[in-house]
Design a protein around this ligand. Structure first.
Ligand SMILES: [Zn+2]
Length: 119
């Protein structure tokens, strides 16, 4: 379960701006991703919690300053494995320290299996 990130007032209004300006799924305050034939207001616009995964992963990283402000570091991000926010030293890391070990072990195991011809 990913942790909920709460924003202060300044961050929330900056995010509000950012959604309106940069989110490809936001049209007139409605979310295309959630659209099921009826207009669905963007949930990210009406809350001070950071909850839209699309926004966090695809929109917010475009604004490094705001991103760093909210997460405490410019490279902080949710781990792709467990969803916990972690602070990598590089822009490429996808997993927190704990999951990186697990994922690496899994990849090695898969590779070995493929080499042996067992899928
Ligand atoms: Zn993790």
């Amino acid at each position: 379960m990913a942790e909920i990130i709460r924003m202060n007032h300044e961050q929330a209004s900056a995010v509000y701006e950012c959604v309106h300006r940069h989110c490809a799924n936001c049209v007139d305050g409605n979310c295309l991703l959630l659209d099921d034939g009826d207009f669905v207001p963007c949930p990210q616009l009406i809350t001070r919690s950071l909850l839209c995964r699309y926004f966090i992963n695809a929109v917010l990283p475009g604004d490094r300053q705001l991103y760093g402000d909210i997460f405490g570091s410019p490279y902080a991000r949710p781990c792709r494995e467990c969803g916990k926010i972690f602070h990598p030293k590089s822009d490429k890391a996808k997993y927190c320290d704990k999951c990186r070990a697990i994922v690496r072990r899994r990849q090695t195991r898969n590779r070995m299996r493929q080499q042996r011809g067992i899928m």
